[in-house]
Design a protein around this ligand. Sequence first.
Ligand code: SF4
Length: 433
Amino acid sequence: MSRTALRICPLCEATCGLTLTIEGTRVTHARGDRDDVFSRGFICPKGASFGAVDSDPDRLRTPLVRRDGELREATWQEAFDAVAAGIRPVVERHGPNSVGVVLGNPNVHTMAGALYPAVLLAGLGTRSVFTASTVDQMPKHVSSGLLFGDANAIPVPDLDRTGHLLLIGANPLESNGSLCTAPDFPGKLKALKARGGTLVVIDPRRTRTAKLADRHIAVRPGTDALLLAAMAQVLFEEGLTEPAPHVQGAGELAEALRELTPEAVAGACDVEAGVIRALARDLAAAPAAAVYGRIGSCTVPHGTLASWLVDVLNILTGNLDRPGGALFPQAATDKTPRPAGPGRGFALGRWHSRVSRHPEAKGELPLSALAEEIDTATEEGAPVRALIAVAANPVLSAPDGDRLDRALDSLDFMVSVDPYLNETSRHADVVLP
Ligand code: SF4
């Protein structure tokens, strides 16, 4: 006898509504929930795959514990006992920072991921925390922290109401967008065009999204910040700014940008000065416009500066937090309301990675530094000797995965929380599915 269950897809931040068919304890089919007020029936191929995932014979059903060099099936109690027996001696011998934790992308898309890693980190007391966010979006967090005082205050484009959308380093026709909860992002771009709006894409590649755009600017890779700075310079030079009254520092910014004219940056960006001026003028002239930068504007030299300039353009054109512009989203639930007033602000670099001295941001260290934190000895504390990877496959997803692959073999102990044996979890002593 089958039944239907309504759920939210936990695989990405679009949070599409799912209608699941369940037979006994098995998901046999998944489709979009047409009554979901947010996604209205949309799902992508990943969301439609839950039936296949549930019945996948390769998916782990029980924990694995390494015995005599082999990963063997175990009970949950045996697995938890093995974790305690493996982690405790490392902490006692080398201190809490010798236990590294890797938090993968799924942690930010599930309630469990939102609730329990903080408890784990507090219990361990380690600062050796490496995250997927540091691979693709940390520059945006840092720029938001410095600009708005909150690293998670990331404005998102008001896709349903904007009349002019400028995307830089984003290809939502492939990715469905990120840092912007929007089921059916591609459909929303087509709707923008259907209602007479303008889509502009800045991207070195002629991506699928660029092909859909009214205008595609093929900027030279790594010069996003220069291009955006020159657009802001045009806004000042031509008197096109209309920042909100509470905006501070516009005068200093105008002075700082004075020499970054379109003519000065055109050669570096490989974009004609006239095109840069037109980008700025069109943005300012639109009744409601939004600039949205994503991974391509983060994973470049000066990515934090480019991420900041995205919001500078939204602020200077009066489009920050107004309908059709770039909005601060409101969560369905939030912390206890507090009276308005200055917060503690955003701190950066409260500690550093041991080997290359990377600053922490949001309490996180770059995932790209994990391999050297394991395989390189310094006089400043012990290397990472044990690792807990939660929903993470950094051997596949982090830079220089080959070095990390070798480094994981040298650990004293490793735990993977993962439903599959993959490039990373195969190194673990305990796998918790
Ligand atoms: S876009 Fe796909 S993966 Fe993301 S929430 Fe929707 S169905 Fe799930």
